[in-house]
Design a binder for this molecule. Structure first.
Ligand code: NAP
Length: 246
């Protein structure tokens, strides 16, 4: 389905990003992915991609770094010659009530989750414009749609990428580039593992499908948005949340 395509995924050493990297490689794409600290996990993802017969390039860089974003796209073009799909996935939480939130909690989340999407998308858009094709997919969250106490910074960043993507969809649609968002609900990864059993139960009580999502549930939606089957979809936000936020 993505045979011969080049896909860039941020934050793919673990969790949802890893599932996306493996899914697009399974569909025939070569994969460039980033991570910030976990060398061993990144090496394992590279091995899994290569075992599928695809090429892999892992780049250790902070999503919030402008130099890092430029390097990712320069290396992608230098080694693979093009970029077909960009998946902005890297994201962090620094949860606390607003009254207790430090400026550093705010900045870390906004810089990684929102500014990081701006930086890498800006770097990727030029080669996509020249090619007159491309697909940009950003991982937001249902709480970017609904809000959530203790997550003013995170929800602002996740709502921000939705507005960013709708605006960009209008800017680049005439160049054959689509820009879409996925809003996951509760997905079982290291990010949600930190929650207490009580918090997990409270969330699952709101999920009509009565289970948490798997990283692969998000990866399948990325595969669809990256495929030619989604060529006429842009500016959309797809919830993948078991019905939690409808
Ligand atoms: P995760 O399990 O915590 O994994 C985070 C990944 O991002 C890791 O590969 C990590 O690399 C990388 N990363 C963290 N900070 C980075 C940075 N500054 N620069 C580059 N890479 C960085 O997270 P996840 O649950 O898979 O979440 C992935 C995305 O889905 C995030 O945007 C998150 O907000 C969103 N999301 C998750 C859920 C959920 O329930 N899990 C729900 C809604 C939305 P290292 O391994 O090197 O640390």
């Amino acid at each position: 389905m993505l045979l011969g395509q080049v896909v860039v995924v941020t934050g793919a050493s673990r969790g949802i990003g890893k599932a996306i990297a493996i899914a697009v490689a399974s569909a025939g794409a070569d994969v460039v992915f980033t991570y910030i600290s976990n060398d061993q996990a990144a090496a394992e993802v590279s091995s899994e991609i290569e075992a599928l017969g695809r090429k892999s390039l892992a780049i250790k860089t902070d999503a919030a770094s402008a130099d890092g974003a430029n390097t990712v796209i320069e290396q992608t073009i230098a080694i693979f010659g093009k970029i077909d799909v960009l998946v902005n996935n890297a994201g962090i939480t620094r949860d606390t009530l607003l009254m207790r939130m430090n400026e550093s909690d705010w900045d870390a989340v906004i810089d990684t989750n929102l500014k990081g999407v701006f930086l890498l998308t800006k770097a990727a858009i030029r080669p996509m414009m020249s090619a007159k094709k491309g697909k940009i997919i950003t991982i937001s969250s249902v709480v970017g749609l609904t809000g959530n106490p203790g997550q003013t910074n995170y929800c602002a960043s996740k709502a921000g990428v939705i507005g960013f993507s709708k605006s960009l969809a209008k800017e680049v649609g005439s160049r054959g580039i689509t820009v879409n968002v996925i809003a996951p609900g509760y997905i079982e990864t290291d990010m949600t593992e930190k929650m207490t059993d009580l918090q997990k139960k409270a969330i699952l009580d709101m999920v009509p499908l009565k289970r948490g999502g798997k990283p692969e549930d998000i990866a399948q939606t990325v595969l669809f948005l990256a495929s030619s089957g989604a060529d006429y979809i842009t500016g959309e936000t797809i919830r993948v949340d078991g019905g939690m936020a409808m």
